[in-house]
Design a protein around this ligand. Structure first.
Ligand code: ADP
Length: 250
C-alpha cells in the first residue's frame, strides 16, 4: 500500500428534506487500501458511495480524488480511468452477448461511434477475453448475458471493470443479491483482482463477516456520521452490537 491519498472526504454533508444522509463526514483512504463500509440501513452508505462516484453533490465539504477536487473532474474519459462502480444489480444489458457488456468498460475510452460499432464487431476482443478468463467465464463470451446466473452476471460486471481498469473501485452491496457460496466467491475474486492491480476499493456490505474476511479496514457509518474507522482486526463484537443496536436483545 502506498501513502498516496486516493480519497479525501473533508467534512461532507448531505440531507434529503429533513433527513440527514451524511453529517460532516471526514476520512481519507490511501492507494491500495481495501475498505469495507458497514452500518445499519439508512446509515448513509449509498449516499457516500454515490458522492464519491460524482453522482451526488454534497451540500457542504469537498471530496478529493487522487489530489483533485471531484468538482474539477470532467465526467468522461479521465474520470472513468479514476473511478469505476460495481453494484448489486450488476448494471448489465441483458439482451447483449457477454463480450459486449465486458467491452462496455471501454465506452469512455472509445467515444460513441466506436462503442456503437463494437456492438456489431467486437473491438479489442483480446482484452475482453483475457478479463473473462480471469473471472472463469471465457467459454460464455458469446452467450446472451441475461441467460447467465446471478453469480456469473456479477463476474461479467467484474470483467467489465477489469477492462475499464479504474484506479478506484466503488462497490455498492456487490453481493447482496447472491447466495452465501456465490457471495464468498465473488468477494474473494474481486479483492484478489484489486490487490493484483494495486487498485483501491471501498465496498458497502451487509455482512460484517465478509467485511472482516476480505477487507483490511472497516469504516462504520450510523445516522450519516462516522461511528468507527478501524483496521478489521480491531473491530470487536461489542462495537458491532452498538453499531446495529442489538445490545440487550435476546
Ligand atoms: P444506506 O445505503 O446506508 O442504507 P442511504 O445512503 O441509502 O443509506 O440513505 C441515507 C438516508 O438518506 C436515509 O435516511 C434515506 O432514507 C435517505 N435517502 C437516501 N436517498 C434518498 C432520496 N433519494 N430521497 C430521500 N431520502 C433519501
Amino acid at each position: 500500500m502506498s501513502s498516496k491519498k486516493m480519497i479525501e472526504a473533508n467534512s461532507i454533508s448531505k440531507h434529503y428534506e429533513r433527513k440527514i444522509a451524511l453529517s460532516s463526514l471526514s476520512f481519507s483512504i490511501n492507494q491500495g487500501e481495501t475498505v469495507a463500509l458497514i452500518g445499519p440501513s439508512g446509515a448513509g452508505k449509498t449516499t457516500l458511495l454515490n458522492s464519491i462516484a460524482g453522482l451526488i453533490l454534497p451540500e457542504q465539504g469537498d471530496i478529493i480524488i487522487d489530489g483533485k477536487s471531484i468538482t474539477s473532474y470532467k465526467k468522461g474519459k479521465i474520470f472513468a480511468k479514476k473511478v469505476g462502480v460495481i453494484r448489486q444489480q450488476f448494471d448489465l444489458i441483458g439482451p447483449l452477448a457477454v463480450i459486449h457488456n465486458v467491452l462496455a468498460g471501454k465506452l469512455a475510452d472509445w467515444g460513441l461511434l466506436k462503442a456503437l460499432f463494437s456492438l456489431l464487431i467486437p473491438q479489442d476482443k483480446a482484452a475482453a477475453i483475457k478479463a473473462l478468463e480471469r473471472v472463469g467465464l471465457h467459454d460464455k463470451a458469446y452467450e446472451i448475458t441475461s441467460t447467465l446466473s446471478g453469480g456469473e452476471q456479477q463476474r461479467v460486471a467484474m470483467a467489465r471493470l477489469m477492462v475499464q481498469n479504474p484506479e478506484l473501485i466503488l462497490a455498492d452491496e456487490p453481493v447482496a443479491s447472491l447466495d452465501p457460496a456465490r457471495a464468498d466467491d465473488i468477494l474473494a475474486m474481486l479483492t484478489n483482482i484489486v490487490l493484483e492491480r494495486k487498485q483501491t476499493i471501498i465496498a458497502s456490505l451487509h455482512s460484517v463477516e465478509y467485511a472482516r474476511k476480505y477487507f483490511t479496514r472497516i469504516i462504520a457509518l450510523k445516522n450519516g456520521e462516522l461511528f468507527f474507522d478501524l483496521p478489521s482486526e480491531k473491530v470487536t463484537d461489542e462495537l458491532l452490537l452498538d453499531l446495529y443496536q442489538l445490545k440487550g436483545r435476546s
